[in-house]
Design a protein around this ligand. Structure first.
Ligand SMILES: COc1cc(/C=C/C(=O)SCCNC(=O)CCNC(=O)[C@H](O)C(C)(C)COP(=O)(O)OP(=O)(O)OC[C@H]2O[C@@H](n3cnc4c(N)ncnc43)[C@H](O)[C@@H]2OP(=O)(O)O)ccc1O
Ligand SMILES: O=C(O)CCC(=O)C(=O)O
Ligand SMILES: [Fe+2]
Length: 362
């Protein structure tokens, strides 16, 4: 029997069962026509978005960098400066064809249009592989309040073609095309960022640490009955080396300006990709490049999707500040950690802003 709103609301346990265990996700919950947000999603006041942060006066914006002349030293400087100051920037003329971006956005919608029982096949409990996971919120077992987001997460170490044979058919080719066609710009960005740290050659071991594994997430944020009480994604920094984020035209991603501590909107720019430094690169660069806190608000009038590619070390890699950086004599801020341990720590708790990186503090 299809559940009714009153059945769902009657017991707090039913919400979790419906959303997490039965695989309906928050999309299924939103489609029941809820008028009020279930209590499990109510965030503490300090984690809700204060709309006064988004007033006209807050005119800060992250840089938008044109990559068409990427080997121009001015472009390289702009990229390294943005990674040092903001940890975030947008790129245009990046070489990933517009149709590839449109196709992966459409495929994301198509995946979420599948019946719940179809998506549930990819849940942690049922998926035939750890590398394909459909889930909701961030770490529902560890969070005090849930987040208003569903995701499909596709992971691979090096060989994407092999991994992709297990990805859902409805989005497989489109996700694959997006991963493959973004690879040249990822390599260019990493080469520029490494040069900015006096690393002039990326050998095999560095290549593994910088981009030995990837995770592509298809995120879905359904329309929310009380967006002011919850979040799409709570304050966090990514644990990746770099993240390449494709967003649709709805908006709602905010980045912390680490000087003013204000939240700055990342406006959708047609055809652009949002790039951000993750914790792994903050650690390798000994804090010279910043992995900055960001969050996504919930939206009361529109569904939203985004498709981040997290470019990571391999799980077994040991990461720490690069020798080339420490040679200048700066104090070592981070110790060496096994990347898998770092990621397990990240997933073992709810989103807690910049606290994850404490795990690697020297
Ligand atoms: C979901 O909302 C998110 C996600 C993010 C992600 C931001 C990133 O930067 S992702 C990049 C992370 N890096 C990697 O994935 C590369 C390294 N990966 C690994 O080392 C492994 O895949 C692993 C993460 C350590 C998982 O190892 P495995 O041996 O396969 O063990 P599992 O039992 O599958 O998982 C262990 C533990 O982690 C949780 N978890 C695993 N994968 C995910 C995932 N894709 N999404 C959410 N949670 C995941 C899982 O809950 C397991 O804990 P249990 O207690 O449940 O057993 C940013 C913001 C977001 O809102
Ligand atoms: O949806 C977005 O714009 C950002 C999502 C995000 O920060 C993440 O998945 O790590
Ligand atoms: Fe993120």
């Amino acid at each position: 029997m299809a559940p009714s709103i009153s059945m769902i609301h009657s017991s707090p346990l039913n919400i979790l069962d419906f959303v997490v265990n039965k695989g309906h996700g928050v999309k299924g919950l939103a489609e029941l026509g809820l008028k009020t947000l279930p209590q499990q999603y109510i965030q503490p006041p300090q984690e809700r978005f204060d709309m006064s942060d988004d007033e006209e006066g807050n005119k800060d914006t992250i840089p938008v960098i044109d990559m068409s002349n990427w080997d121009d030293p001015k472009i390289a400087d702009a990229i390294c400066d943005a990674a040092r100051k903001w940890g975030f920037f947008q790129i245009v003329n990046h070489g990933v064809p517009v149709h590839v971006l449109e196709d992966v956005k459409n495929a994301t919608h198509q995946f979420y249009e599948l019946p719940a029982e179809e998506k549930h096949k990819y849940s942690k409990e049922r998926s035939v592989t750890n590398s394909v996971r459909f889930g909701t919120s961030f770490s529902p077992e560890a969070e005090n309040a849930l987040e208003w987001k569903d995701y499909l997460s596709l992971f691979f170490v090096e060989n994407v073609d092999e991994a992709a044979s297990l990805w859902p058919l409805v989005c497989r080719n489109q996700a694959l095309a997006y991963v493959k066609s973004s690879e040249p710009v990822v390599k260019k960005l990493l080469a520029i960022l490494m040069k900015g740290l006096n690393v002039n050659e990326i050998d095999e071991s560095k290549e593994s640490m910088l981009m030995g594994s990837k995770r592509i997430n298809l995120n879905y944020y359904p329309k929310c009955p009380n967006p002011e009480l919850t979040v799409g994604v709570g304050r966090h920094s990514d644990v990746s080396t770099l993240t390449i984020l494709l967003q649709d035209d709805i908006g709602g991603l905010y980045v912390r300006n680490t000087e003013t501590m204000k939240w700055v909107h990342v406006p959708p720019v047609n055809g652009s990709l949002v790039i951000n430094v993750g914790d792994a690169l903050q650690i390798m660069s000994n804090g010279n490049y910043k992995s900055v806190e960001h969050r996504v608000i919930a939206n009361g009038s529109s569904n939203r999707i985004s498709v981040p590619i997290f470019v990571n070390p391999r799980p077994t890699d040991v990461i720490g500040p690069l020798l080339e950086v420490l040679e200048s004599g700066e104090k070592q801020l981070y110790k060496n950690v096994i990347y898998k341990d770092y990621v397990m720590h990240f997933f073992s708790k709810g989103h807690d802003g910049k606290a994850t990186v404490e795990f690697a503090k020297a």
